[in-house]
Design a protein around this ligand. Structure first.
Ligand code: GAL
Length: 430
């Protein structure tokens, strides 16, 4: 009898442990504080895990916890740069009517042609009214998170995508100054190659990094206006400017590391940080990685300059969070968005993340030299929306471009590449 009871109890224990294990892995993260039941946990979904990505998020969650000790938070981050894996997990959850309480989504097409058009998001105009946010965020950003007069998410940051990072010692040792034009870039790259240094680090294990490099080359070749018109169909994708950018891209690819396809963005940035390569083109989350993970000093160990030909342009990537329809705890989500959209929230997050605050009234003294300059640049530069990060065009099109780029990186066939871009343009309207 006693034996039977023990067996029954251990079966029950095993069953409940298995259940707990299942729910943990499905939410993919750790619970941070609070005292409510599991169903009340505020699931914050992003792709900010480890290596330069999660420091800002952790600071924001900490601040939220201080202000709302009764609301337990689940950090449901899914690893993979630029949401490589998180976006797929999110899509299946949204399709299954199991949205996280709130999730990372880029302003622009990813939000508006994606989740808003699919009827999956609640408007947040009342939150913006109550918080007095309408004149605290730049209109250009509010436009990126609005559709048909309704506002659907709150930007936590602004990342700049057109940045060339370089190792200061490698540049100094080889007598190189930061290149402003493509000609200067190739002159520097030749010099470095001759000296036995890898000129440009790329880590396109996840193809979006090569797409970023290409979009920055495009921007530097045809300028913001024509770059933007590519995604509205006003400039065709086989425009001579696109062909020229593809030729430049091909040339740049002859200066990259051989093992590029087995590295991710952090691995590529690390080559520059450690002096194994001279330059890397990456968004300014790379600065968060250099400073927080590699413990390097801005403007001492590494330097930065806008990618060739883009001095007066700003490739915008804004991470935003909204309120999905059908969540159990909409009021708690709004409390989280209030903290994320506050000056305090933005200034806790952005100095660590490498980005600048989305609000115009943040405390600039909290940002380093790079941050201060980027804040000033954002105010005066011409803005372009990133294609690689889903802001410029719908997901179906971006997926096809990523595929075309992935093929181009190995085959380097300009005509075939431009033809496949052109062939994908039908997906621009979807
Ligand atoms: C972007 C995102 C950034 C950063 C980057 C690398 O899409 O906006 O915040 O996380 O991916 O993962």
């Amino acid at each position: 009898m006693k034996k039977k009871l023990i067996l029954a109890l251990s079966l029950l224990l095993a069953f409940s442990m298995a259940l707990a294990g299942c729910s943990d892995s499905s939410s993919g993260g750790k619970t941070e504080g609070g005292s409510k039941g599991k169903e009340d946990k505020l699931e914050i979904f992003s792709w900010w895990t480890g290596a330069g990505e999660e420091d800002g998020l952790k600071a924001l969650l900490k601040l939220f916890k201080e202000k709302n000790p009764d609301i337990p938070v689940q950090n449901a981050a899914v690893a993979g740069g630029a949401g490589t894996n998180a976006k797929a997990v999110l899509a299946s959850r949204m399709q299954g009517d199991d949205p996280p309480a709130t999730f990372q989504v880029h302003g622009g097409a990813e939000l508006n042609s994606g989740w808003v058009a699919a009827g999956k998001m609640e408007p947040l105009n009342d939150l913006y009214e109550n918080e007095g946010w309408k004149d605290k965020f730049p209109q250009s950003l509010i436009d990126m998170v609005s559709k048909d007069g309704s506002i659907y998410s709150v930007p936590v940051n602004i990342h700049r995508g057109n940045v060339l990072w370089y190792n200061k010692k490698v540049f100094a040792d080889n007598g190189i100054t930061p290149p402003k034009t493509f000609d200067e870039f190739f002159a520097a790259a030749d010099k470095l190659k001759k000296a036995g240094v890898t000129p440009l680090a790329l880590g396109d294990k996840e193809p979006w990094t090569a797409t970023m490099l290409f979009e920055d080359i495009l921007l530097g070749t045809i300028g913001v206006e024509n770059y933007t018109k590519l995604w509205t169909g006003e400039v065709p994708l086989d425009d001579p400017g696109v062909v020229e950018a593809a030729e430049t891209f091909k040339k740049m690819l002859s200066y990259i590391n051989d093992d590029h396809s087995s590295r991710n963005w952090q691995d590529a940035a690390q080559m520059v940080g450690k002096g194994e390569a001279a330059m890397n083109v990456m968004g300014d989350w790379a600065k968060g990685y250099f400073v927080n993970d590699l413990k390097l000093k801005t403007n001492e160990d590494f330097g930065y300059i806008t990618t060739p030909g883009t001095e007066n342009s700003f490739m915008v990537i804004t991470d935003t969070f909204g309120l999905p329809k059908g969540v159990k705890n909409p009021d708690d989500v709004k409390k989280f968005l209030s903290v994320l959209g506050s000056v305090e929230g933005q200034d806790a997050f952005n100095p660590l993340k490498g980005s600048i605050p989305a609000r115009t009234d943040a405390d600039q003294s909290k940002y380093d030299e790079y941050g201060k300059q980027t804040i000033a640049d954002f105010g005066k530069a011409e803005l372009a929306a990133s294609l690689a990060h889903g802001s410029a065009a719908p997901e179906g099109f971006v997926t096809k471009v990523n595929q075309a780029i992935n093929i181009f990186v190995t085959q380097k066939e300009v005509k075939q590449f431009v033809d496949s871009l052109k062939a994908a343009s039908g997906d621009l309207k979807k």
